[in-house]
Design a protein around this ligand. Sequence first.
Ligand SMILES: [Mn+2]
Length: 312
Amino acid sequence: MPASPRRRLAPPAPNLFLGLTPREARLENARVAVIPAPFDQTTSYLPGTRFGPQAILEASRQVEFYDEELDREPFEIGVATLEAIEVDPADIEAGMRRLEQTVESVAERGIVPLTLGGEHSLTLSPVAALQRRFPGLSVLQLDAHLDFRDAYQGTKLSHACVMRRIRDLGIPTVSVGIRSVSKEEADYVHEEKPPVYLAREIRAKGLPVDDIVNDLGNPVYVTVDLDAFDPSIVPGVGTPEPGGLLWDESLRLLRAVCERRQVVGMDIVELCPIPGQIVSDFFAAKLANKMIGYLGLSPEAPAKKRATRRAR
Ligand SMILES: [Mn+2]
């Protein structure tokens, strides 16, 4: 095995996930559409999530095509990358509408949207679009925070409120990795009783994968706030919290969800790249490729015309 992935011979297209060629990343053949969504409006602590999507796309060019766990090249199921959503910081709602429309047209084609953020508030848009198509939708949230506040810093569209907005749509949620909760959110949990898996208990007893999957309805939308992970492995987030999820256990969960539920949409949000420090960017890119690989295990939608197998 080479120490680092071999570089492609042709100059890679700068904005396509994994550095695939436009031919390999054709939307007509895709089962997954990567949607860069550089939202960065309400991040409370450290801004910079607007740079997240592009950092993930750049880091993804260093991700090995072949996945040793799955013994396949995940991109073979067909992975397109769409133009980044246009986001005006002065009008976040317009950006959210654009994202919602994009997800809607992607889902109409039977393609799974994988949105790259960007701050977590964006998740409301794909979830709302997918709920219209999949009325029984439920949401799995990996996150340090519940995001159950009714409003935060004067807005109901804050990243600190996104899961509350989703629950307001009548969508059941399951939260995993939680370790930062406001009093208001604790009261809400006591009242509404959504399943919440605290990081402290996960660290003490292990991640209860079966319980979490059983709490989910079908189909499922998966939202991964990168601050769910321990900041020792993902420091590049706006609001790092100690005591988070680890890589392998999280993959076990994501794989189980893809194997036992129909996953109809996913996002990876809140990457706040640290200049000169690519560990978080690469983590997010590899996670995206893993999730695409696990999607390929799902029996619901077999691969369309396969992209050509080739070495990196
Ligand atoms: Mn969070």
